[in-house]
Design a protein around this ligand. Structure first.
Ligand code: NAD
Length: 492
């Protein structure tokens, strides 16, 4: 397969990483019905490539291939699977620059951020390569005379993964590395907006010696593909990262085949600033926590809750820092924010801002006439945000920050929990009593105190309430792909 020579492939040191096919059973695969979809550079809206939309029988062929390959993969020793995963890790690292360029092309994020995501994504491959060696069972003191009791950990079976466009590489490795290390074959359906990162990972998996049928990438019309994956009884686990809306659909569609579900859904993170904080220090952290990936981040600090005694100084410091952020094409030098993923995202952001203003919020900054193109959205700061506004209730997934003042710890706890989401929360204070009080009262899967950075391979990532089920990363991440088999050995 020769990649089409275009702007993307010409930017790569190794153009073979740019693939415009699906990858099934170790083969680069065309769509047999002739359907395809263009992939656009969100910054310029130029077409950067095309992907085939597979037919139903081609998706089923991926399941057939995974079923055959599973029989061998599960029998490899854990250290043999570890070797293949470490080879994959090395290749991802060696090709870091090309992977980052592919990501900036299709996702739009600034190149340094894309490099960071490659590092982050690769780190899960290394972590789970080793973690696969530690899938221990238990020995259980027996309550049955003359019997030996215990548990074995076994791979759950074929695992399907449906991933989003905001982190097109890391959301795949965080799932796939755990599944592969556990002994499961995987079928990945990436977002159609960002398929090329997934396909480059497939190319590197093949080079790393991961056998045909073990790592598959299927492409197609999302609702069509997911129906097939969900209703296929041979697929035993489904891991999804994306919106709560689609997560709910997948729960319904999987009911008939009773799958293991792991769902990393939306977030609407509160960022709580205590009265003891230096407002400037807290504002710098809040800007960092809000505007990463142009706000298209499930951990984005959407609802910034600041004690009334420092809110004025905080707003001034936040606005000053925000004004220094640069917006532009992710390939252009020192850009802080790239474009939003598509025009609908820009329209949604504008509607959320309009709704807030119409309900009494104050627009402190955010002049959209300065946006460098149709898919760009200038950072917005709103104050006097209240719970009736969409900017409070919905995950805005855009560079729109809303600030609200509060007067007591009890009030801010109620405000922070006033959402259907429960992914991540931030607390900024040095008061240890306040830290413990808030940390225990917040209904969130992850709480970060005085730190914007919170995720990584050794820690469990995931939410409560409508933010999802299960955890990725950490010692628990591999459990999503393991079954516990209990055994009772009676008198032999
Ligand atoms: P999305 O739900 O629209 O899409 C996610 C995936 O689902 C994509 O592969 C898409 O093609 C597919 N999909 C879309 N419609 C579908 C349908 N009807 N049936 C089946 N599959 C369908 O989400 P998105 O817009 O790609 O990503 C943004 C969302 O992802 C946000 O809500 C964000 O919070 C969430 N997210 C969560 C985490 C996390 O770890 N919790 C991480 C990143 C993103």
């Amino acid at each position: 397969m020769t990649p089409l020579s275009n702007a993307l492939s010409r930017r790569l040191d190794d153009p073979r990483l740019f693939r415009q096919y699906a990858y099934v059973n170790g083969q680069w695969t065309h769509g047999e019905g002739g359907r395809e979809e263009a992939v656009l550079d969100p910054a310029t809206q130029d077409t950067i490539g095309h992907i085939p939309l597979l037919e139903a029988h081609q998706i089923t062929a991926a399941v057939d291939a995974a079923e055959v390959a599973f029989a061998q993969w599960r029998l490899l020793r854990a250290d043999e699977r570890c070797e293949r995963l470490l080879a994959w890790y090395d290749l991802i690292q060696q090709n870091r620059e090309d992977l980052a360029r592919i990501m900036t092309f299709e996702q739009g994020k600034p190149l340094p951020d894309a490099r960071g995501e490659v590092e982050y994504g690769a780190s899960f491959v290394r972590w789970f390569a080793e973690e696969g060696k530690r899938t221990y069972g238990d020995t259980i003191p027996s309550h049955i005379p003359n019997a030996s009791l215990g548990t074995l950990k076994e791979p759950v079976g074929i695992a399907a993964m449906i991933t989003p466009w905001n982190f097109p590489l890391a959301m795949i490795t965080r799932k796939a590395a755990a599944a592969l290390a556990a002994g499961c074959p995987v079928i990945v359906k990436p977002a159609n907006e960002t398929p090329f990162s997934a396909l480059a990972l497939a190319e590197l998996a093949e080079r790393a010696g991961i056998p045909a049928g073990i790592f598959n990438v299927v492409l197609g019309e999302p609702a069509e593909v997911s129906k097939i994956l969900c209703s296929e009884p041979r697929i035993r686990a489904l891991s999804f990262t994306g919106s709560t809306r689609v997560g709910r659909l997948l729960i319904e569609q999987s009911a008939g085949t009773v799958k293991r579900l792991s769902l990393e859904l939306g977030g609407n993170a509160p960022f709580i600033v205590g009265p003891d904080m230096d407002p400037k220090e807290a504002a710098l952290a809040a800007v960092a926590a809000k505007f990463q990936t142009a706000g298209q981040d499930c951990l984005a600090a959407n609802r910034i809750l600041v004690h009334e005694s420092i809110v004025e100084a905080f707003v001034a410091a936040f606005a000053e820092r925000m004004a220094a952020l640069t917006v532009g094409n992710g390939f252009d030098g020192e850009v802080d924010l790239g474009p939003l993923i598509h025009r609908q995202a820009v329209e949604k952001a504008a509607a959320i801002v309009d709704d807030a203003i119409s309900r009494g919020a104050t627009l402190v900054a955010g002049d959209q006439s300065r946006a460098p193109g149709p898919n760009f959205f200038m950072p917005v700061l709103l104050t006097n945000v209240t719970p009736t506004m969409k900017v409070w209730r919905e995950e805005n997934f855009a560079p729109v920050a809303g600030i609200t003042a509060y007067s007591s710890d009890d009030e801010v706890i109620a405000m922070a929990n006033d959402t259907e989401y429960g992914l991540a929360a931030y607390i900024y204070t040095h008061d240890i009593r306040r830290i413990w009080k808030l940390m225990r009262a917040l209904e969130y899967g992850m709480v970060s105190v005085n730190s914007v950075k919170m995720t990584g391979p050794p820690v469990p990532f995931g939410g409560v309430k409508q933010s999802g089920l299960g955890r990725e990363g950490g010692a628990t991440g591999i459990d999503e792909y393991l079954e516990t088999k209990y055994y009772c050995l009676g008198a032999l």
